[in-house]
Structures are given as structure tokens and as C-alpha cells.
Design a protein. Sequence first.
Length: 494
Amino acid sequence: MTYEIDKSIMRCRAFAEAAGYTKSALALKAGLSTGTLKDFWQDHWSPTATTLRAIEALIPLGSTILPDVALAPMNKGLLTGQRILLIIGGGIAAYKSLDLARRLMERGASVTGVLTKGGAEFITPLSVASLTGHECYTDLFSLKDEADMGHIRLSRECDVILVAPATADMMAKMAAGLAGDLATTVLLATDKPVIIAPAMNAQMWAHPATRRNMTTLKADGIDFIDAAEGMLACGEVGKGRMADVMDMVAHIEAFFIKPMASNTSLPLPLRNKHIVITAGPTIEPIDPVRYIANRSSGKQGFDIAAACAALGAQVTLVAGPVNQPDPIGVKRVNVESAREMQAAVNQALPADVFVGVAAVADWRAVHDVAQKMKKEHTGLPALELVENPDILATISQRKQHRPSLVVGFAAETQNVADFATAKRKRKGCDWIMANDVSASTGIMGGDENQVILINDKVIDYWPKMCKKDVAEKLAQCIADHLENLNAARRFSAK
Ligand SMILES: Cc1cc2nc3c(=O)[nH]c(=O)nc-3n(C[C@H](O)[C@H](O)[C@H](O)COP(=O)(O)O)c2cc1C
């Protein structure tokens, strides 16, 4: 079925529901036989163009109910062919799930919606069906859907179930194994992975009952898209907002892509670890058109982000201005100056690991001039500089929320190991990855890198390899290190 026909079907359904037509009334009005519309609400309804034209002719010109956004071009993107069952619970954030569905579909996924009774208080089955192009299911005891055991079919005919928003109530029911409505029955009956994106008031989030339910659900193998902090719909501030839509998309991409990328069923050693990575240069304005910059391409940092995501990490990549594609399954935050980078990193914390790969400008112009500086014939303008914040040192020396592992990069042009060792001590980070960025090495902007990993025990010279291999090796070292830390904690707790 073509994209145009899909869109037309959704328009017809949206119109019929908004206008309150039953199938037979619609058929009568459009001059069609009732048999033609027998499966009007079913996925498999395949009308002729004449049928669609007859219904579309009833839609008033300029009608605003038409879901013009409807489907994104299909079969393009990382989620191509993936079937996602989206369960939408009864929270204010339900409206975001419409955008989420659209973004997932833009990436090629097919999305089918299930609305809880609570969810249907916030958005309608019509909007979900119109947007996804599939029937939206709401009722466990629907004769129509249950004649073929609809709840079992729904729970099996998908590749993943995504609950967004997952209310406190829904999590409690899931943890208790209740199955009193369609959503919870599907969740109990499924043999597919389940990802949930909680959303609730901060007090509900912090309540011991919710904490207990989360622990139970995690132990049951449910994957969480962590809630975010900030202003909540109820006006309070705290943790409990549903994650940003693009963060959820990144999480889901990562979920699908990782097993494909590794093509194995090996465990993902960085699963449930949050890693914040900076990459690229920063640029520091002199005036509105001129800036101070450096030659960093961002490639090494982007490769590290991709490699950590491939091992299961939740990655936030804070990137200066670079020409690099978004790594799969990574949340990318674009910044320009060092101060913006620092703010974005602070915003992304807490994290288990911080990797500072960015070539952050050491200095910026003292005066951020609002107008373009004019060429004067009286002499050269003085460029007065001031030091930028030292992001690596600040993170390394944090008293609160210091990541368990802080890794810095040292770009040197001489005495590489010595200067980098001194830098590690000065900044207070755990590891330094030192590399020689003299022009003759071609490392800055190139595809290869040769690094020395320095910590308080070893100076480990890695052979020259492509940046992707350096990234994969580093991601594995990080995973091993965290595993060792965990083992040590378990041991000392005994
Ligand atoms: C205006 C309003 C907003 C709500 N927002 C949330 C919310 O964000 N998170 C939550 O857990 N519950 C929220 N609730 C309570 C849920 O709607 C309620 O617990 C409901 O039973 C959830 O049903 P469900 O989990 O089956 O969708 C809200 C209720 C109202 C009236």
C-alpha cells in the first residue's frame, strides 16, 4: 500500500470518528455499500481509490481534523521493520507519546498503540490510530479484538513493548503481576522485551513503594528509560518528568541496534551505565563573525560514544561544532563555546563515567563584542584573552556526583607521556589518554590515532590503530574497570 493511500485511510478514519459516523451511516452518506466499510477500522482494510475518494469528498474543505503529519516516509531509518507496541498510560506526558510514535515511524518502525483507560483521558484513540496508521487498542473485553485472542496476539506480534508514559499505578500493577486491563494483560502475557519510560510527580517517584516497584521491575528484566529532572506538569520541580522524546528514540535505537551491531547474544557490559562524553572543538567568539577555534574533527569522541553505546551504555554526547553524523543510540547535545559545553555536561550529570575528548579552547576573548569589529587604519586591535572553565578538572574534583571514572584526553606535541602524566595529576582525573597531535602525525582530523593510556598504575602504549578501534578498546577498558569496581564493592560489603 502506498504512502498516499495510507494517508488517505487515516484521513477518512479521523473524519469518521470526529464526525461521529458509524460505519453504516458513513457508507450511506458516501453512497457506498456497508460491506465496503466492513473492515474500516481494521489494519487490513484495503479500500479502492474510488472508495477513499467517496469518503474524502465528505470532508469539509479546510477541515483541521486531518492528520496531515500522519506517516513519515516509510522504510527509511534505523528502525526499519521493527514493530513497536506502544502502551500509553494515564499521565500528562501521554501527549508526548504521539510525537514519540511519529519519531519512531520516521525511523522506519511500525507502531501500534494501546491506550489505558487513564491514557484515554489525556489523548484519544483517534489521534493514536491516525498517527500510527494502525488501530489503537483500548479494551480487554472487546468482542471484535478478542474473537482472535487479541491480547495474546498483541503481546506477541511485536519486537518490543514500550510503555510511555509508565505511571506509578502501571508500575505497581506490573510489579505485582496484575492483569486487570488490556495493557497489563498484554504486559503479563508477553514473551517480548519491555521498555518503560516512567513519568510522575517527584513525590510519587521518590515514594518507597515506587522505589520498591522499580527494583522489582528491574530484577524482572524490564528496561528503564530514566525519568528526567526539571519542572513537572504539576508545577513542582524534581525528578519524574518523562524523558525527552529524542532521548527515548536514542534509547530504542540503541536497544535494536546493539544486538544487530554485535551480532551476538553476548551480555552488554555497559548496560544501565550512563556515560557523558565531550567531543570536537569549542569555538569562542571574538565578535559576531570571528571566533577562536581549533582543528579537532570530533571523530575520536564520536567513535567512543558509538562504541560505548554498542556495549549497552546510555550515552550523552556533548559535541562542539563538527561535521559528524549522530552516532546510533546516542543522545547528542550540540554546543559552541566552552562555557556552553560545561553547562551541558553539568546538565547531563550524574553519570557513571565522564570522558572528556573535546579540544576545549583554553582561552576566550575577554570582551564578547556585539558588533563586527571594523578594520581601523590606526593600528591592530588588541585581542585580550581570559581563561575558559576547565571542564575536566571541575568534573574530576567534584565533591558530589563525581563519576566513578573520569577520563581525559591530552593532546600534546612533545614529551607526550610526561606532559600527560603531569596533566592527569593536575586535573585529578583517573585516566588520561595521551596522543601526539603534531602536524606530522596526522592524528588531528585524521582517521588513525596512537594513544597512551595513563593512570596511577600504568603507562600503557597502544599501537597505532584507526580511531574506531581505539574507541572500542577504550569502551572495553571502561567496562572492565567498572566491573572491577563492582567486584571490589561486593567483596568489601561481605
Ligand atoms: C491530571 C492528572 C495527571 C496525572 N498525571 C500522572 C502522571 O504523570 N503520572 C502518574 O503516575 N499518574 C498520573 N496521574 C494519575 C493516573 O492517571 C492514575 O493513577 C491512573 O489510574 C493511571 O492509570 P494507568 O496507569 O492505567 O494509565 C494523573 C492524574 C490526573 C488526574
